[in-house]
Ligand binder design. Structure first.
Ligand code: AMP
Length: 605
């Protein structure tokens, strides 16, 4: 901290969100969020309790259903308007309500740091106009905070990943929160971050997904029992909370049970709600919303005058980006793994803290947390061909997932009377099983006969130390077996993340060169064309059928000079063998040799 800032106190970074707010600060060169009794996210809600006292955060959220006219949520949507807001028997301006949230954050920070806090960097959406920014400034001043700078949320999210980066990078920041969605295309050059374009929908967020699930369950309940759970505010709110929890659990679990006892009454008899929702059912409900966000991505790119191939990095922000379908669609669209090392709820606040430290004259590096460097999953059947079952790699924990990570996936047996399954655990990024690293295998004996015994749930728990616990459970019987793999992360620790990322980027860049810019196939098409290469031994491929191998050879050529000793000899013989295999159109051999070459190039960098 500079001498001047010591006199004036520290600067905190504040993400003043529609749903939740977060305060953070840089200490020892690292941004960290400031909590209050373990609570990190402060719900952006204020209220007057029955005793006439002001309540904020969780306390206000808890009274929202019971006292809606004494509680205000989502004030951010009204910033910039002069419309009075009623709270109990008083009315306030939107900045006054926001100031109540900011005041609570300021107190939290003061307690956590142990010294008075009166300076802040505050984030706002890129699409906020001058009036909305001014209202935010006023709110801060009312809360006793001097605003050192108002920065755009996507700028903050970019800073948290790329502070200190001087290379030119173009980044898409996809922010899917509770109440709003926006995507921004950001250019970073010589440390300056510029938002090139933003597109979004201020009425699209996780709340809509909760409502979809609520309507789905309420319709089913009404159809069965003739009672509409939406009819009374309390019941509706209770169901809504259950739906939000179920939604969040479906991000890591394949199926959830919803059980709300005594939720309603009919002719004096209590009614209970019990329902099972699968991830697949939920995904069907929310797909139109996710598609709308993807359309926004295209609009934002158009606005920035860029194509998807000119994007170097995809940063995820907001709690709703934890939904697997969202990530999957983005992965397909951007042909790359999103950066997820930083908690999507905290990225904006942490970035604001980084900006605050920079204003204070302190340098901060990019924030890296431990992530998995490679995807982990199992071998699974994806269809039947004339030659028998078609096996492929089925990812469970995706590359770049923050650690510790826990994900599960449900699979079906191939036949109803199957009495065992083999769980073959793989690490890698390839669809073809043999192009990934085998890290373990075990057999789970299944019970057959009587009911549906076909579902097997496979759970992966990966710790910070790289210990992977794989548990396979027959859903109907609970029969279960587990395997512990001690070194699942092996060489792919967090410090390898950056290299791994640029390695992938190089590959994509190189592949792009081989194709007409307008004509680059989607990842799905790539995968399909990989499969189309044929079975081992089929000789009908030419070198242009191996774009990945060609790109690798190009890369090997450019690195040749810097590789020495045994590595150089290995490189030379691998390159030769690969060229020979390509010339002969030996598809299987090309796949194996390309994978070996890729590994070698990675380790000799
Ligand atoms: P934010 O506005 O960024 O605080 O995001 C809040 C939204 O993210 C709410 O709609 C939450 O229900 C949603 N959310 C938080 N965690 C998850 C999760 N694990 N899966 C799905 N949605 C989530």
């Amino acid at each position: 901290m500079t001498e001047q800032s010591e006199q004036r106190g520290p600067i905190v970074g504040i993400d003043l969100g529609t749903t939740n707010s977060v305060v953070a600060i840089v200490t020892d060169g690292k941004p960290r969020v400031l909590d209050e009794s373990g609570e990190i996210l402060l719900p952006s809600i204020v209220g007057i309790n029955p005793q006439g006292q002001l309540v904020t955060g969780v306390a206000a959220k808890n009274q929202l259903a019971a006292f809606p006219d004494r509680t205000v949520a989502s004030i951010k949507r009204r910033m910039g308007s002069m419309e009075p807001v009623s709270l109990g028997d008083q009315t306030y301006s939107p900045p006054e309500i926001s100031a109540m949230i900011l005041r609570r954050l300021r107190d939290r920070a003061t307690r956590a740091i142990g010294q008075p806090v009166n300076r802040a960097v505050i984030t706002v959406p890129a699409f906020f106009d001058e009036g909305q920014r001014q209202a935010t400034r006023e709110a801060a001043e009312l809360a006793g905070l001097t605003v050192e700078r108002i920065i755009n949320e996507p700028t903050a999210a970019t800073l948290v990943y790329h502070a200190g980066t001087h290379d030119r990078r173009q980044i898409a920041v996809y922010d899917f929160g509770g109440g709003t969605f926006d995507v921004s295309i950001v250019r970073m050059e010589a440390g300056v971050i510029e938002v090139l374009s933003s597109h979004g929908d201020v009425r699209l967020g996780g709340d809509d997904l909760d409502m979809e699930l609520l309507n789905y369950l309420a319709n089913a309940f009404q159809g069965l029992l003739g009672v509409d759970l939406r009819a009374t505010p309390q019941t509706r709110y209770r169901l809504l909370q259950a739906c939000e929890q179920a939604k969040c659990r479906l991000s890591t679990e394949e199926t959830v049970q919803i059980a709300e006892e005594f939720i309603a009454e009919k002719e004096g008899q209590p009614l209970h709600l019990t329902a099972t929702v699968t991830r697949q059912e939920f995904e069907q409900l929310i797909e139109p919303y996710v598609e709308r966000t993807i359309q926004s991505v295209s609009e934002a790119l158009r606005g920035a005058g860029l194509t998807i191939h000119q994007i170097d990095d995809l940063v995820l922000v907001g709690g709703s980006t934890r939904i697997p379908l969202v990530e999957e669609r983005l992965r397909d669209e951007f042909l790359r793994e999103p950066s997820r090392a930083v908690d999507p709820d905290l990225a904006v606040a942490l970035g604001a803290a980084v900006q605050a430290a920079m204003i204070d004259g302190r340098s901060v590096g990019p924030v890296l947390v431990d992530v998995t460097g490679h995807t982990l999953g199992i071998e699974a059947c994806v269809g039947m061909t004339m030659m028998g079952p078609e096996m492929a790699f089925s990812p469970i924990i995706h590359r770049n997932s923050p650690l510790p990570a826990r994900y599960e996936q449900a699979y079906s047996t191939m036949h109803d009377d199957q009495d065992a399954v083999i769980i073959h655990v793989l690490q890698g990024e390839r669809q073809e099983v043999h192009r990934n690293r085998s890290v373990g295998k075990f057999r789970l004996d299944l019970k057959t006969g009587g009911g549906d015994n076909s579902k097997v749930v496979v759970r992966f728990d990966l710790t910070l130390d790289g210990i992977l616990k794989v548990t396979a459970t027959q859903r109907a019987t609970g029969l279960s077996k587990e395997l512990i793999i001690d070194n699942a992360l092996s060489q792919f620790r967090a410090d390898a993340r950056t290299e791994a990322e640029s390695r992938l980027e190089d590959l994509f860049d190189a592949s792009d060169e081989l194709l007409d810019e307008e004509d680059v196939p989607s990842r799905k098409q790539w995968e399909a064309s990989d499969e189309d290469l044929g079975m081992p031994g089929t000789i009908h491929a030419s070198s242009s059928d191996f774009p990945e191998a060609v790109a690798l050879l190009k890369k090997a050529q450019s690195m040749k000079e810097s590789v020495k000793g045994q590595d150089a000899q290995d490189l030379e013989s691998l390159v030769k063998n690969l060229e020979d295999a390509m010339a002969a159109g030996e598809v299987a051999a090309v796949a194996v040799l390309a994978s070996e070459l890729e590994d070698l190039l990675f380790y000799v960098r």
